[in-house]
Write a new protein. Sequence first.
Length: 421
Amino acid sequence: MKTLITFLIVFSVVVVIHEFGHFYFAKRAGILVREFSIGMGPKLFSHQAKDGTTYTIRAIPMGGYVRMAGYEEEDELKAGMPVSLEVDENNEVTKINTSQKVQLENAVPIEVTSYDLTDELKITGFINGNEQNVGTYPVSHEAMIIEEDGTQLRIAPRDVQFQSAKLWQRMLTNFAGPMNNFLLTIVLFIVIVFLQGGVPNEDSTVLGEVAPDGAAASAGLQSGDEIVSIDQEDTNSWPELQQVVQQHPDEELTLEVQRGDQTLEVEATPEGVENQDQEVGQLGVQASLKTGFWDKLIGGVEQSWDTLVQILVALKTLVTNFSLDQLGGPVAIFELSNQAAQQGVITSLLLTAMISVNLGIVNLLPIPGLDGGKLLLNIVEAVRGKPISEEKEGLITLVGFGLLMLLMVLVTWNDIQRFFF
């Protein structure tokens, strides 16, 4: 249960923050956000704000989504559909009810024959299902449509649709999701650094924490000791010290150590451990920490940047030498959540940061169906001076989405075999 809760929190926070980026900049661009949902599946709760957005909480606590007007949406109405219309004193439709779960008082029941909720804002149908009694009603620009599950949403006239916004606004809206993931990553790494008490001081060879069962402790080294040289070779930085130690697994080294006013000579034998198919030496020590406020703040940003660069390098390797083992889906995230739940809050925050930056980078790949693919279409529109047709864009998105789903199935199956068999 602890693992499941960790998984749901990690996954949901990363996705909801991503979707909030789209949500915020869509609203700034004047695009109607019809629904902002936390969770997936059946609706548990909904509230409609004065700005027209319906906020929902849904039964499956995994992620969430944003529904923008005219943005990859399907029509809620179809010819032949029985609906009921709530009209005002001017005979203008204020609500269109398609749900059997909701009853509207004094509503007009019709069987829809035609409708236009985008430009002309009207709906026509057989009143009371009588084919001899045809009625056409004007629809209010702020009219509501009640979906089959009872969720009430604003209709989506053209002037508030995604495509009606300026190109730069649409590009910013598409980019905002990954951008939020990068911002979340920076915030999380800063929080991690503060919780850890500081950031490793790589310009110093002063020892921080010394593992009680490590090679350094066995040799008598203590926290606060400064390793001045190894085998009479000066060590001027922590990476330099690490490199020397790693190159001598299970070999005795002579360390010159400064402890307060004393200069000591200590014999230590780094323990040989496996790391990426090779044996490296390990003393069982950590670098001392820089604990100043700005050191922590800058350290969190630097760790975020280092993580992003590492992922980009791994992505390059994936392109040149593709393997499913280098990818992970929900099953892999669940397994990592299991490890994080056992190791504590900092590990869980680190996992969230790693998933967030991964989601941000992957979503910027120029693949149809991802934010990067949408940005690529925006760039094509800027070059051509006009957008590609809705039919072509829909086909491109459909093909890209299909390929992504296929990859997800393959990755998930590979994860199941990797972790459970």
